[in-house]
Design a protein around this ligand. Sequence first.
Ligand code: RIB
Ligand code: CA
Length: 318
Amino acid sequence: MSDNVKPIPLIIDCDPGQDDAIALMLAMASPGELDLLGVSAVAGNVPLALTEANARSIRDVAGRPEIPVYAGCPRPMVKVLETAEYVHGKSGIDGANLPQPSRPVEQAHAVDWLIDILRRAETPITLATLGPLTNVAMAIVMAPDIVENISELVLMGGALSLGNITPSAEFNIYSDPHAAHIIFESGLKLTMIGLDVTHQARANPARLEAIRAIGNPASNSVAGMLDFYGAQYIATFGEGAPLHDPCVIAYIIRPDLFTGQDMRVDIEIGSPLTIGRTVCDLHDRAGRPANTHVVETIDSDGFFDLLNESLTRLPGIN
Ligand code: RIB
Ligand code: CA
């Protein structure tokens, strides 16, 4: 990024999760590009008590303990919480091997914080969502005026093709389809990074060994998480670990690594068979106005180069 460009004001909402954790490290290692104002945690991969604690452990190993972490919603808006320990392990970041967090979670509820910081923002803030959309949707329901201070919402979620938690739905959208419906109807500038893209960003053995070779505490933690998460993915899906959530942060830093197109996306909330499906009108068959920039390709090698460069910048063994 050129020297005279100001860092992008950013809020990350997440459900760590190994891939969320790596996304947080990528963001925290990029202060020249991103002004990370805070992190909000939501229930998703594992319960909220774990996702918020995991986020606090990650900020320690990334050498950014000053970044505030807020706990948000402990369950989806309507559906019951369905977690994913079969992929992420009981802790949510199995393999990370991190100490307990050094600082407490913030007192304010994440939804109240989101409303307050967005209402006070002097310049619009970019939101990156890496888990179910419950926190952001609740904030918009409670304070619709905050939409004007959100410059863009870049989400990991959905798919043009098959789902992962069901044949038709991706986990983040499926977990809280009603929240996703609110977001996709909100009028926000949306960029959707779905499974079609993230499945192109798999940490194959050569890429994993390049990360392991960096040798600082953060990269050691990433390698440990990918050892675990990759094995779970192979056992469940037959292929190695896709770095879903880091693709969102990489897109915000280096959109040139990606391609996509605008189209109408609607969320199925009625059908028991396909609930949580992102219905992407690629060929404009319904004639409804486009509401989302759907990303379709990634320069995978460029993405891993960016990730490795970022991890190398994180604190060494003190
Ligand atoms: O479907 C993948 C998404 O669900 C990722 O964000 C992963 O962390 C889980 O939250
Ligand atoms: Ca996630």
